[in-house]
Design a protein around this ligand. Structure first.
Ligand SMILES: C[S@@+](CC[C@H](N)C(=O)[O-])C[C@H]1O[C@@H](n2cnc3c(N)ncnc32)[C@H](O)[C@@H]1O
Length: 259
């Protein structure tokens, strides 16, 4: 009988566990952590709002910023706040949790004025209001706007659904072997998407074409920088973090804009 060799992942598991025990933030993306370090460290921001900071990371960048920099005020906003995040948030007196759509003026008013806004992996999801309207909504409220976003390298800014099903699925992180992954709202993301674009989504109460759980925009760097410049911001720092998975027309980029 041939003895089975343990795979690399199970060999590494105890090491990964040990590192995480020593540094609970070791599993976070180094690029986004670097952007937090610039905003709270180098720029000295004393308050921030992390817009859409929950899914997949359980508020990780918010908690990292809170523990490392001890700001005076922090706000974590998401349409869906998990019980774990709610529980952990209680340990931070200066953290406010807001469950709601950060594109709504009411939620923006609850965020109020902060030194820095984080938009990590959220800008390309914004429609109704669109990504540039969201920037406009928060511009009067923050000195620094920090964006980490898969940026579109495919020419003009595009609403991805307008590409049609074939091109849409070629350009978004969608595994054809797993057609029904669940989104942050617990609903299948892509099953029958193009058939139900005009149906009302049961969680968000608006047509599927306008929900933020799916990929919505390919935003070019020129359009993002141009929109921020019109709002009075200049680019303090820009980073490229390489291709977004195997997607040919998306590159992970980080931006720190200041006024
Ligand atoms: C792709 S995840 C990114 C999570 C985290 N910021 C990160 O960098 O890994 C997008 C998150 O933003 C939230 N989200 C997106 N648009 C939103 C909106 N308009 N209002 C509230 N939450 C939103 C989703 O619920 C989800 O938690």
């Amino acid at each position: 009988m041939i003895a089975q060799r343990p795979d690399l992942r199970s060999l590494l598991r105890p090491v990964v566990r040990k590192v995480r025990r020593q540094d609970p933030y070791a599993g976070l993306d180094p690029g986004r952590k670097e952007l937090v370090d610039v905003a709270l460290g180098r720029l000295g921001s004393r308050s921030f709002a992390d817009l859409g900071g929950v899914w997949g990371v359980d508020g990780g960048y918010t908690f990292y910023a809170l523990e490392r920099y001890r700001p005076e005020r922090a706000v974590l906003v998401d349409a869906t706040v998990t019980p774990w995040v709610g529980e952990r948030a209680r340990r931070f007196r200066r953290l406010e949790l807001v469950e709601g759509n950060f594109g709504s003026p009411d939620v923006a008013a609850r965020v109020g004025t902060v030194d820095a806004i984080f938009l990590f992996d959220t800008l390309l999801h914004q429609v109704a209001p669109d990504w540039d309207a969201v920037l406009e909504l928060y511009a009067p409220r923050a000195r620094a706007i920090v964006v980490y976003n898969p940026q579109w390298t495919g020419g003009e800014t595009v609403r991805l659904l307008d590409l049609g099903p074939e091109e849409y699925f070629r350009n978004v992180p969608h595994d054809p072997h797993d057609p029904t992954p669940l989104g942050p709202d617990g609903r299948p993301l892509y099953a029958r998407l193009f058939e139900r674009l005009d149906e009302i989504h049961p969680v968000h109460g608006k047509p599927w074409r306008d929900v933020h759980s799916i990929w919505q925009w390919g935003i070019t760097e020129a359009d993002l920088v141009g929109a921020m410049s019109r709002l009075g911001y200049s680019l303090e720092l820009e980073r490229s973090y390489g291709r977004f998975k195997a997607l040919e027309r998306f590159e992970r980029r980080g931006f720190v804009f200041v006024r």
